[in-house]
Design a protein around this ligand. Structure first.
Ligand code: PLP
Length: 390
C-alpha cells in the first residue's frame, strides 16, 4: 500500500475535495477513473507494478484510503465492503481465543452481535460494559483486554463517553483502543488526538453521505499495525468494488459542507422539539440533559445531526405520528442527504428483549432522527403537522 502523505497544513475541507484528483497520467483526467480491472500486467518477469491483484489494492481504493487517513490524521487506512467487515477484519487480525475485547453495552447492534457470536464460538472473549461507569471500566481493564471498542455518541440515546480518559487507562495495561467514529465523522471528532490507536467508520453513513453504497474503513496511526491488518484483509477478502469506492470518493468531496449543514438543521429541530408540549424528552449531545454533554463540549467540534426524542403517550400514538410524516422517511440508516426517522423498538433494537431495551433506556415511544439536507423549515413543518395527530 502506498504511504499516506499527510498534509497537516491543508484543511479537512480541501483534503476531502481534492482526494484522488489529477492522477491520470495518460489523458490528464481531473476526476479519477473507475479502475474495473481485477488484475494488473507485470512490468516484466517477476516484476509487479504498484498494483497486481484487486483483492489486495486498487487505485480507487488507495485514493480513498489516503483521503480518509489524512482527514483523521492517520498514516494509513484499509477500506472494506461495509462497516461490519471492517470490525470483523480487525477482530480476525488481532484477536486469538484467549484475548478479551471490551465493548460498550449500548454499542451498534451489529457490533454487539458480531462480538457476541464470535466469542460464543470461541474465537475470542467479549465483555460488554457501561463505559460511562468509571468502576466498570476499571474492573474490565483489570482483566487485561487486548482491545477496547469505544463508540461515542451512542445509538440511539446519543450518550457520550470520555475517549481520552478511557484510552489513557487502556494504554496503561497495553490494550489497543478502537474508536467507532461513524456518528461524528473526522469533521466533528478526531479520536487520534484523544488517544485512539485505530478508528473505524461505517462509510455507508456520513462519509459517503448519499445512502447508495456500503463500505467500511479502518484508519491507523501505526504503519506496522496497518500492514499486518492489510495482510489479513487480502487473506480473508474484505475488499469492496471500484465502483462503490469511486462513489465514496465523490461523496467525500462534500463531507464537511454536508456535516455542518446537517448539524445546523439538527440544532433547530432540537430546539423545536424541546419546546413542543407533546414531546416528553429529547436526546442530543448539545443538551445538558444528555449524559456526557460536558464531555461532548470538550471532545467534539460540534454536536452532530443525529438526535432522538420521546413522545408523550403510548406506542400507538408513536405509530400514528410516524405514519403522518410526509418528508421524513421511515428507514434505519443515517448520515445521508435525506432525513430519516427510525423506531428503535421495532427496527434497530427489535432483536433485543423488552427488558434489555428498558434497561438501556429505550422506550416504545423513542424515535431517532438523522437530519438531512432538506430545508429545515420544511422538516419542522413536517414534524409540526404530524404531531397534531398525536
Ligand atoms: N458502526 C456504527 C456506529 C453503525 O451505525 C453501523 C451501521 O449502522 C456500523 C458500524 C456497521 O456499518 P455497515 O452497515 O456499513 O456494515
Amino acid at each position: 500500500m502506498k504511504k499516506v502523505v499527510n498534509q497537516p497544513e491543508l484543511s479537512q475541507r480541501t483534503i476531502a475535495v481534492r482526494g484522488g484528483l489529477n492522477t491520470d497520467s495518460q489523458h490528464g483526467a481531473v476526476i479519477p477513473k473507475i479502475s474495473l480491472t481485477t488484475c494488473y500486467r507485470f512490468e516484466e518477469f517477476a516484476k509487479p507494478r504498484s498494483f497486481d491483484y484487486g483483492r489486495k489494492s486498487t487505485p480507487n481504493r488507495d485514493a480513498v484510503q489516503q483521503t480518509i487517513a489524512a482527514l483523521e490524521g492517520g498514516v494509513d487506512a484499509i477500506l472494506t465492503n461495509c462497516g461490519m467487515s471492517a470490525i470483523h477484519l480487525l477482530s480476525v487480525a488481532l484477536l486469538s481465543p484467549n484475548d478479551l475485547v471490551i465493548a460498550p453495552y449500548d454499542c451498534y447492534g451489529g457490533s454487539y452481535r458480531l462480538f457476541n457470536s464470535l466469542s460464543q464460538k470461541g474465537y475470542f472473549k467479549a465483555k460488554f460494559i457501561d463505559q460511562s461507569d468509571d468502576e466498570a471500566v476499571k474492573e474490565a481493564l483489570s482483566l487485561k483486554p487486548k482491545l477496547i471498542l469505544i463508540e461515542t455518541p451512542s445509538n440511539p440515546l446519543l450518550r457520550v463517553v470520555d475517549i481520552k480518559k478511557i484510552a489513557t487507562l487502556a494504554h496503561e495495561i497495553g490494550a489497543l483502543v478502537l474508536v467507532d467514529n461513524t456518528f461524528m465523522t473526522p469533521i466533528l471528532q478526531q479520536p487520534f488526538t484523544l488517544g485512539a490507536d485505530i478508528i473505524i467508520h461505517s462509510c455507508t453513513k456520513f462519509l459517503n453521505g448519499h445512502s447508495d453504497l456500503l463500505a467500511g474503513i479502518l484508519v491507523f496511526k501505526d504503519q506496522k499495525l496497518a500492514d499486518d491488518v492489510l495482510w489479513w484483509s487480502n487473506n480473508i477478502g474484505t475488499a469492496n468494488s471500484s465502483f462503490d469506492t469511486y462513489l465514496l470518493q465523490r461523496g467525500l468531496r462534500t463531507l464537511s459542507l454536508r456535516v455542518l449543514a446537517q448539524q445546523e438543521s439538527a440544532m433547530k429541530i432540537v430546539d423545536f422539539l424541546c419546546h413542543h408540549p407533546k414531546i416528553a424528552a429529547v436526546h442530543h449531545p448539545s443538551l445538558q440533559s444528555t449524559s456526557g454533554h460536558n464531555i461532548a463540549k470538550k471532545q467534539q467540534k460540534g454536536y452532530g445531526s443525529l438526535l432522538s426524542f420521546e413522545l408523550k403517550g403510548d406506542a400507538q400514538k408513536t405509530r400514528q405520528f410516524v405514519e403522518k410524516l410526509k418528508i421524513f422517511t421511515l428507514a434505519q440508516s443515517l448520515g445521508g442527504t435525506e432525513s430519516l426517522i427510525s423506531h428503535p423498538t421495532t427496527m434497530t433494537h427489535a432483536g433485543i428483549s423488552a427488558e434489555a431495551r428498558k434497561a438501556a433506556g429505550i422506550s416504545d415511544q423513542l424515535l431517532r432522527i438523522s437530519v438531512g439536507l432538506e430545508d429545515v423549515n420544511d422538516l419542522i413543518y413536517d414534524l409540526t403537522q404530524a404531531l397534531e395527530y398525536v
